[in-house]
Write a new protein. Structure first.
Length: 143
């Protein structure tokens, strides 16, 4: 438990939340600052800042509940996909984001940009190779 932690308060039932699914070790709720309609968070009941610090049974419970909740999101909103990522940064209590994502919406564009950056990094690394640098030099010198 952690004093002043919103997710601990919700887990203990002392703060309101729209809990859409739960099991013994975790609960899923609507995010109060949604990126899309139906955006949910999956939260372990125990106060654990980082997802990789979860006990094995908690990790199992969180990801089982994430799958169940993603199925609910798919049935309710028919998104193209349910994007998942884990943080514990703004609220230092592990929470897995489940965001219904549609082609070209802000989150889809964000992840497309990240994937483009990954691909571009390899392409740019190639330009630093000695033969590529020599070829560019020769082209410029002769231009
Ligand atoms: Zn907490």
């Amino acid at each position: 438990m952690s004093d002043g932690c919103a997710f601990c308060d919700i887990g203990e039932g002392t703060a309101p939340a729209f809990i859409v699914a739960e099991n013994d070790l975790a609960f899923a709720l609507l995010d109060i600052q949604p990126l899309a309609r139906g955006h949910c968070l999956v939260v372990p009941r125990r106060h654990v800042p980082w997802w990789d610090e979860l006990a094995e049974d908690e990790a199992d419970a969180v990801f089982r509940l994430a799958r169940t909740t993603a199925e609910k999101i798919r049935r309710a909103f028919s998104p193209d996909c349910v994007t998942m990522y884990a943080r514990g940064r703004r609220v230092p209590h592990t929470h897995v984001f489940l965001v219904p994502t549609y082609s070209r919406d802000p989150l889809d564009r964000l992840f497309n940009a990240l994937e483009g950056f990954q691909e571009q990094a390899a392409e740019l690394a190639g330009l630093r190779q000695a033969d590529e640098m020599r070829a560019a030099f020769e082209r410029l010198k002769g231009a």
